[in-house]
Ligand binder design. Structure first.
Ligand SMILES: [Ca+2]
Length: 388
């Protein structure tokens, strides 16, 4: 893989004035843009501990709860199974679509979302890589016996994927009732197809669709909510404030946390990639689409502390008072976990490294009481407990 370094924006490199002549030959392509530095780790914390609740799963990529099924955990296995773990620990395979799924480092069964009325209508949505490596999203229905009918009711999205990596993954319903998906830039390094700043491409975006509209849907039916994303593997909505928290996986330098208040009447906002990685300009000089407001990450870490961010949630549970109102997240490669304070009105501060770690962290979910769950590609599921 081609590895190139990003560099600071020219205006920053030229600070001090003595190098003005040299800088003049390398002009800043966006002199009016002043990056906002993200918050960085500033201390340690012990807001919670973790303990395993299940083991022996096959590369879980998701753990969470289904509406109307309190106490049960729903798990995705990357090769293509949906597993329900009952409150007593008993396991059932609710669905197995392994024969339709291509599994790789970033390919497989990647996301699930339950319809807001799932308890009444049984509807749920799955996101997977098909046998050609392309993105598929379809609607399924759970039967009365708990199994999921293997034949989807309809397809909602099919997107060709040029490379194996950067397929995004997350599915989630927003406070507006629409189903959201995060799609990466199509893969390769440094967005070679320049999709993320292309508002006509579904890649490098967070998209949303009204699933209550009838009939099969295509990519053209999905609205662009955010663009300028590299690989938004995991994002979540803070139900209390309606904000969207997006963890965008970085290239060689910066793993970033983004905080956005959706404004449906405004153009989609721009998270910067592949013109910026974090708050640093990328040297490739890809054009910036200036349709939407440019949003800078609120927090970041570099590759001394990890290599692939796994987004979490703003904590709104009750069992972990020290985590109340804080956004918590982690890194797949290092297993590190952090929490930060969401500054009222925007931004982040007080980024603290939690003592707890989860190896090969693929997903952070919530149980039916909004308490944290963690999925590890080792095959284990962990839950958060009060700090020991
Ligand atoms: Ca960004």
């Amino acid at each position: 893989m081609l590895r190139r370094r990003s560099r600071p924006v020219a205006v920053a490199a030229c600070a001090g004035g003595l190098l003005l002549a040299a800088c003049g030959s390398d002009p800043d392509p966006y002199p009016d843009i002043e990056p906002v530095a993200p918050a960085r780790e500033s201390g340690d914390a012990r807001s919670f501990s973790v303990e395993p609740v299940a083991e022996g799963l096959n590369r879980p990529t998701y753990v969470g709860a289904a509406p109307g099924d309190p106490g049960a955990l729903w798990v995705l296995e990357q090769p293509g199974r949906v597993v329900r773990i009952a409150p007593d620990g008993g396991r059932d395979v609710a669905l197995d679509i392994s024969d339709r799924v291509l599994t790789g480092a970033e390919q497989g069964l990647l996301g699930i979302a339950f319809h807001p009325d799932h308890a009444r209508n049984g509807l749920l949505y799955l996101h997977w890589s098909d046998r050609a490596g392309d993105t598929r999203v379809a609607e399924f229905r759970a039967r009365a016996d708990g199994a999921i009918d293997p034949e989807p009711l309809r397809e909602l999205l099919h997107v060709a994927q040029p490379e194996e990596n950067h397929n995004g993954g997350q599915l989630a319903f927003g406070p507006d009732g629409r189903l959201h998906i995060g799609l990466g830039d199509g893969g390769g390094a440094f967005d070679p197809n320049q999709t993320a700043q292309d508002l006509h491409s579904p890649l490098g975006k967070i998209l949303a669709v009204d699933v209550d509209a009838d009939g099969p849907l295509t990519a053209a039916d999905w609205d662009v909510v955010l663009y300028g994303l590299r690989n938004p593997w995991r994002f979540s909505f803070d139900g209390a404030l309606g904000e969207l928290w997006i963890a965008d996986v970085g290239q060689d330098e910066t793993e970033e946390v983004n905080r956005v208040l959706p404004e449906p009447d405004e153009p989609p906002k721009n998270l910067g990639w592949s013109v910026f990685e974090g708050d640093q300009a990328v040297e490739d000089d890809h054009p910036l689409d200036e349709t939407g407001e440019l949003v800078w990450p609120v927090a970041a870490y570099d590759h001394d502390d990890g290599c692939s961010i796994t987004g979490g949630h703003v904590y709104r549970g009750v069992a972990l008072p020290e985590l109340q109102g804080r956004y918590f997240y982690g890194d797949f490669c290092s297993g590190a976990l952090w929490s930060l304070k969401a500054v009222p009105g925007g931004g982040a501060e007080d980024v603290r490294r939690e003592e707890a770690t989860v190896p090969q962290l693929t997903h952070i979910g919530l149980d039916s009481a909004d308490e944290p769950l963690f999925a590890s590609a080792t095959g284990a599921i962990y839950r958060a407990t009060p700090p020991r």
